[in-house]
Design a protein around this ligand. Structure first.
Ligand code: NAP
Ligand code: ZN
Ligand code: ZN
Length: 368
């Protein structure tokens, strides 16, 4: 596909510069080269040269417009919300960052800052709606926000994360922490996963493999449920105490009524009720996976066992920093397959087949 026309920013009052990017132009286009505008940093802004950007399955849902009824895709769409890079410029009011620092940006670049959830540090549940890193209204430039499949990004310093020193030699492995890491860390913290918990992780993809590593680091007994028998050895290496092939009815039967907590990290339609049955009395099944189609849940699987079904979205900025610091202390990063940006469409095809080990990360040097 040829390079698409440069978008003209809606607000001409804000100075901008251009950046190379990869964008989807329609649900069937795949991603291809595109040029976008970024704002010149305001006093509170940090400008980042992007070094690595992870590929989340959410990028694929969004590019394909699979979440049309909840979050319709605005094209051109520049995905990417697992961003690590080098600070190249800071506004004169910025306190936390200076030129040359390594910094990170996740799924959220702003929120209202005054609602009860923002004040509590849970900006991802902002009652006015957080500004997502891509496919959100761009309140400063007008138009839509553009994500990390790009040379650079400009973000208010309050929504930028510090990368701890001992994670800096593996920045490709750090990038996925910004979504896959925090999205699994946050529910473990909220539901008090720790020593003595029997925890199930469903699906060994980007989120699932971070779920296994983090649940293990919290001290839980970890059981990985997979549709891919060939991932068994990896799951154990990543920290799973047991691996269950979810298509095997007798293996599933043996796990009935035994779990305190199960985190469902699956991107596609599947039998969620099969996992409810595995919960103990008062156990919780939490969805972080976001399949496009509504779930089908038999009431009796909730009623019997007083089970709970919940959900969780990424994490707030404070908790995301806490997660990065926790990963730095424990030497935890993502297992990645680094690719040039020209191979994103192939990576998407592999994601659809569950063929990922265990996060694709774009080396942004390939965009130059
Ligand atoms: P991913 O890397 O593609 O992993 C998904 C895994 O799900 C696959 O590797 C596969 O694991 C399993 N799977 C795929 N199709 C399946 C099917 N038909 N039946 C059963 N299992 C299947 O995806 P991801 O990036 O981890 O994202 C997972 C989901 O979380 C996506 O829906 C994404 O949008 C969502 N998400 C939510 C949040 C949030 O804040 N809640 C944040 C990020 C992502 P096995 O091969 O092991 O079965
Ligand atoms: Zn994500
Ligand atoms: Zn708010």
């Amino acid at each position: 596909m040829s390079e698409a026309a440069t978008q003209v920013p809606a607000s001409s009052a804000v100075k901008t510069f251009t950046a190379k990017a990869y964008a989807a132009q329609s649900p069937t286009s795949g991603v291809a080269p595109h040029t976008i505008h970024r704002r010149e940093p305001r006093p509170q802004d940090v400008q980042i040269e992007i070094l690595f950007c992870g590929i989340c399955h959410s990028d694929l849902h969004q590019v394909l417009d699979e979440w049309h009824s909840d979050a319709p895709t605005i094209y051109p769409c520049v995905p990417g919300h697992e961003i690590v890079g080098r600070v190249t410029k800071v506004g004169n009011a910025v306190k936390k960052f200076k030129e040359g620092d390594i910094a990170a940006v996740g799924c959220m670049v702003d929120s209202c800052r005054h609602c009860e959830h923002c004040k509590a540090g849970e900006e991802q549940y902002c009652t006015e709606g957080m500004t997502l890193t891509y496919n959100s209204d761009d309140k400063i430039l007008g138009g839509v926000t553009y994500g990390g499949y790009s040379q650079s990004i400009v973000v208010d310093e309050n929504y930028v994360l510090r990368v701890p020193q001992n994670l800096k030699d593996n920045l490709a492995g750090v990038a996925p922490l910004l979504c896959a890491g925090i999205t699994t860390y946050s529910p473990f913290r909220h539901w008090n996963v720790g020593k003595g918990s029997k925890v199930g992780i469903v699906g060994l993809g980007g989120l699932g493999h971070m779920g296994v590593k983090l649940a293990k680091a919290f001290g839980a007994h970890v059981v990985l449920f997979t549709t891919s028998p060939n991932k068994t050895a990896d799951a154990k290496r990543l920290g799973a105490d047991e691996v269950v092939i979810s298509k095997n009815a007798s293996e599933m039967e043996k796990q009935k009524n035994t779990f305190h907590f199960i985190l469902d990290c699956v991107s596609a339609e599947h039998d969620v009720a099969a996992y409810l049955k595995l919960l103990k009395l008062d156990g919780s099944l939490v969805m972080v996976g976001a399949p496009a189609k509504p779930l089908s849940i038999p009431a009796f699987d909730l009623i019997m066992g007083r089970r709970r079904l919940g959900g969780s979205a990424i994490g707030g900025i404070r908790e995301t920093q806490e997660m990065l610091d926790f990963c730095a202390e424990r030497g935890i990063a993502s297992d990645v397959e680094v690719i040039p940006i020209q191979q994103v469409n192939t990576a998407y095809e592999r994601l659809l087949k569950g063929d990922v080990k265990y996060r694709f990360v774009i080396d942004m040097a390939s965009l130059k």
